[in-house]
Design a protein around this ligand. Structure first.
Ligand code: ADP
Length: 590
């Protein structure tokens, strides 16, 4: 059994988790032999927790005494005998023995291994444990001897792009290795809701989504959203393959439904969200013989005689040299950390990110080092949200109020409030250099949601603008002047400042007034490595670098520009170009 090291990082894990109730305290198991965690102070009991496995939910009972995990057992799961089930037998005793979720995952059972880590991590959280106390590396796996691997194709990154490439490449029986920097697979793809935007798929036909236009329409949509900075050839290719990509995912086991009755017939959503897409692809790739190594970060390309010949990676301090005939970079974007944003999109530093912490633009540096061409288009995609409430909170509809006055925390107006997409507010926000914004409204259009927002601490309410400013911590004089100026524009019927639609231009005069807290959040990045439409990475002279391919968020600069076109664009693009890279990378393999 080939085992791999894994370190628990909880942030992204928790986002995909579903949790059931905890049983009454004092329900400890008999096991007293586990080492205790002296720093822990836990709520004793057995916790029922769930992770998403290969064949649906993996429900575990995790038992704690005051200091340690004493037992883990399966409450309910339908994992496949011989594939997923060995992960239970191998990982449970290891987690209890080492009091750590940083144990080896089981090769060939990545999805079940992930589900176990997700569920046990949640149990630790529910028991009041500090996840860092339970993420220590077991000693036996400290820095090892360097490892060398010889494969046909190595893929860095296990999001939808990397895994689509892996499925295509391993279908032919070639030796395919996916390396993933994080302890769990999936990157942003596993965090996202699983929306996909396409035209012309059989899935749409079967769902009755007939009004989805033509590839030509979709191409024009991308070009429009790119404000003249998107490449026509990229828009055309992406649109042309969009339906086929949806059908291909469906064939690999992903079930889609219409996103909502109100959404466009081009919008579908995976019934098991982004994580369901990732799991289906990982399962398929492994069943075809591909290997997935987590906790393994690509650090350098092996480049000799003008050709890429593999990747150097780091697995918990162990150097891994991977010799390969083709290398595919599918490392996603660069908004996972502030350090990465500081390098590639400094205006977004400090903004909360929805992206996986592993998305730090590593491939950009690796490609630059061997003379590859990088195109950064000056920014990344972001979304305005109400306070720090989740995207799908009912209150999140208050993030766009066309009749409001949008101001910074300094009280200055910053944008045309008539925009319809929450993505469109992000760039005006970045331009202000501020990190906190407010939608100011009066009481002519309010409803019960506004008072609810006040109760939940994401809005302020007052009888005058001055008082409102004081409550929100906005300089009162500035806010007052901004509202007075805006009211003059409204009375004149023309927004000479930001060109707001006149139907939304109404003076704010009727107390009480509300200030809804709005925060900028990043969710994707634009630009990075440059490729042609065959996904070959280009050098500074636009010539392909031999044996090197890139797909997905790491190489989306020709298609996207400053504005994220629509929810579901990235998953579709990553599937399409991931597949193309997997197919083309096979050409170097005899
Ligand atoms: P995409 O949609 O392009 O597939 P994702 O964000 O879903 O993008 O996936 C990118 C994946 O690449 C993430 O899981 C991320 O952790 C991984 N990754 C980033 N940098 C490296 C690296 N240097 N080595 C291996 N994996 C990496």
């Amino acid at each position: 059994m080939n085992m791999r090291r894994i370190l628990a990082i909880v942030l992204s894990v928790l986002m995909i988790l579903s949790v059931a109730a905890c049983s009454a305290p004092g329900n400890d198991s008999e096991n007293t032999s586990a080492p205790s965690n002296e720093t822990a102070s836990l709520k004793e009991g057995t916790y029922e927790v769930t992770g998403e496995g290969m064949n649906g939910d993996v429900v575990l009972n995790v038992t704690f005494d005051k200091k340690s995990i004493t037992d883990i057992s399966v409450k309910d799961a339908s994992e496949t005998e011989g594939i997923g089930v060995p992960a239970f037998d191998l990982m449970f005793p290891e987690i209890v023995k080492h009091q750590s979720v940083a144990v080896d995952t089981v090769s060939g059972a990545t999805v079940t291994s992930n589900a176990i880590i997700v569920a046990v991590t949640e149990a630790i959280k529910q028991a009041g444990g500090n996840i860092e106390d339970f993420s220590k590396e077991p000693e036996k796996t400290a820095k090892g001897e360097p490892i060398t691997k010889d494969v046909d194709i190595v893929i860095a990154g296990s999001g939808v792009a990397g895994l689509s490439a892996a499925v295509e490449a391993s279908a032919t029986g070639k030796k395919v290795l996916v390396i993933e920097k994080m302890p769990k697979i999936g990157g942003d793809s596993a965090i996202c809701s699983g929306n996909i935007y396409a035209t012309g798929s059989k899935v749409q036909e079967e769902l009755g989504l007939t009004d989805n236009g033509t590839p030509e329409d979709l191409k024009n949509f991308y070009l429009k959203q790119g404000d003249g900075h998107a490449s026509e050839a990229w828009a055309e290719t992406t649109a042309k393959h969009s339906g086929e990509s949806v059908d291909w995912l469906a064939e690999k086991g992903v079930t889609f439904k219409h996103r909502s009755p109100d959404s466009s017939h081009r919008s579908m959503i995976s019934e098991s969200s982004g994580v369901g897409i990732v799991n289906a692809l990982a399962e398929r790739a492994e069943s075809q013989g591909a290997e997935i190594m987590t906790d393994t970060r690509a650090t350098e390309l092996i480049y000799k005689d003008g050709e890429v010949k593999g990747i150097i990676a780091d697995n918990n301090g162990t150097k891994v040299t991977i010799n390969a005939k083709s290398v595919i970079l599918a490392t996603g974007g660069y908004d996972g950390t502030d350090e990465a944003k500081a390098k590639y999109a400094p205006g977004s530093v400090g903004h909360h990110t929805f992206s996986s912490p592993g998305n730090t633009g590593d491939a950009i540096e690796m490609v630059q080092e061997i003379g590859g061409k990088i195109v950064l288009k000056g920014g990344l995609s972001g979304i305005a949200l109400v306070g720090h409430l989740p995207l799908h909170s009912p209150l999140s509809q208050l993030r766009i109020i066309n009749t409001s006055v949008g101001v910074t925390d300094l009280g200055y107006r910053y944008a045309n409030e008539s925009m319809s997409s929450p993505f469109d507010y992000y760039n005006p926000m970045v331009k202000t250099g501020r990190g906190q914004f407010y939608n100011i409204v009066d009481s002519t259009t309010t409803n019960e949601l506004y008072d609810q927002a006040v109760e939940e601490g994401v809005a302020f309410k007052a009888d005058s603008i001055k008082e409102l400013a004081e409550l929100a911590g906005i300089p009162a004089y500035t806010l007052n002047t901004t509202i007075e100026d805006y009211n003059k524009l409204a009375k004149a019927g023309k927004d000479t400042e930001f060109g707001k639609d006149t139907k939304d231009l109404k003076p704010l005069a009727k107390a009480p007034f509300y200030a809804i807290k709005i925060t900028p959040n990043t969710n994707d990045t634009f630009g990075g490595v440059t490729t042609n439409l065959d996904t070959e990475v280009l050098d500074e002279s636009n010539q392909p670098i031999k044996n090197l391919y890139a797909a997905g968020g790491v190489a989306n600069g020709e298609l996207f520009y400053l504005r994220y076109p629509v929810s579901g664009s990235s998953i579709n693009m990553s599937t399409t170009y991931g597949r193309i890279s997997g197919q083309n990378a096979l050409e170097n393999v005899q």
